[in-house]
Design a protein around this ligand. Structure first.
Ligand SMILES: [Zn+2]
Ligand SMILES: [Zn+2]
Length: 101
């Protein structure tokens, strides 16, 4: 786990490394297969994702969809000008301050 600026959430969020992310991804995938459908609300089905994220990061009540984009490897290296991570590893410029790599 590492705290990085999340451009989707517009704040610094705890990001998961590949081992941590694999676990929440498994729970997230499992939530889709929960049967029988309709018996649980969406929130209940995805609760394990939120809880696992909470256990790993201490961040309480994070939306499952937000958890799924808090993966360190989805982001690029920090911008040399402003220090915020580039939005993707392939990004050619920083979307936060506009400076090129
Ligand atoms: Zn986020
Ligand atoms: Zn920048």
């Amino acid at each position: 786990m590492k705290r990085l600026w999340c451009w989707r959430c517009q704040q610094e969020m705890p990001m998961l490394d590949e081992v941590e992310f694999a676990e929440v991804a498994r729970l997230y995938g499992g939530a889709f297969r929960t049967t029988p459908p309709g018996q649980h609300s969406v929130n209940e089905r995805f609760a394990p994702v939120t809880l696992a994220y909470e256990r790993m990061t201490g961040c309480v009540g994070c939306h499952p969809n937000a958890v799924m984009h808090h993966r360190i490897s989805m982001y690029g290296p920090p911008c040399t000008a402003c220090g915020k991570p580039l939005r993707t590893p392939q990004a050619r410029y920083c979307a936060a301050c506009g400076s090129t790599r």
